[in-house]
Design a protein around this ligand. Sequence first.
Ligand SMILES: [Cu+2]
Length: 117
Amino acid sequence: MKLMNTMKVLLLFCLVMVGFGVMLVGCDSTDEEVPVGVENQVLIKDFKFLPQDITVTVGTTVTWVNKDSVIHTVEGSGMDSGNLSKGDEFTFTFDEVGVFDYICGPHPYMTGSVIVE
Ligand SMILES: [Cu+2]
């Protein structure tokens, strides 16, 4: 009987530790900057454009902000940001309706689109 109680305590201890682990992971993700709430802004983060597709109305100025420690660019459809270091911003005003695709020059697998309506 005593052995069973010890097992129960151990099992409970394990469950608590797993619970802590989940909590820690949860805290970690809430610390990250979430790309919501800022209108007409695209974050460049973790080698991605966030959001990848953004829809705006004609005449809107879109701002890209590099949140990565490496240099990224916004290139294509008439845009050329030049090198963006961490914290750098690039803005572009869309005066025509259409779909404007772009990539990051150093990392062409990073793609994004601005849909202007
Ligand atoms: Cu890049």
